[in-house]
Write a protein that binds this ligand. Sequence first.
Ligand code: ADP
Length: 212
Amino acid sequence: MQLTPRQEKIVEIVKRHGPITSQQIAAMLNLTRAALRPDLAILTMSGILEARPRVGYFYHGGSVQALIADEIKKIKVGDVKGLPKVIRRDASVYDAIVALFIEDVGTLMVVDGEGHLEGVVSRKDLLKAAIGGTANLQQMPVSVVMTRMPNIVCTTPDESILHAARKIIEHEVDALPVVRPVGPSGNKLEVVGRITKTTIARLFVELGTAGR
Ligand code: ADP
């Protein structure tokens, strides 16, 4: 929100002297209380200032938008992640298509025999394999059509959900595996969950209806 120079002055005064009455603010600015009323109304409605009867105005620490942003930044991937949906690297493309229907997802994480992340296979990867019509989908391993490590965009349980959502947008993907390093040198990744566009949409609705 863009404040006028006068509104900025009011905020500065309240920051420094709050709680402070409108009469005192008006005196400091050489204005009447009536002249100040519209500005105070805007500043309280936007959440920048708070007015308490018989106490006066005090600074609320920022706009409502800034408060919402602060709350969102506190939410971690681990707080909202869904269950991992994985398929073994030697499973067939056919099995992967069946798994999409059974699991009701659009993306599967592909893992090796020990459950370590090897790749990701999405709807379009599977459609591409099927559309030619020549491949034997029951025999073609899913590892042939997946996007593989190290090109997988991942997230971790302690990353902020805002950061994870930004990765989804920037890399134009529907889902991120949530991983944690395992093994002696920590160079293998265990899949511990997933974040999808649906996770973000659900969180958005929860935040929008919280406390109602
Ligand atoms: P869809 O195929 O349903 O459009 P995506 O947009 O997520 O799904 O997938 C587009 C491409 O990106 C596919 O080739 C897929 O293998 C790849 N992909 C999907 N998720 C990731 C990810 N987290 N990191 C890297 N590549 C991914």
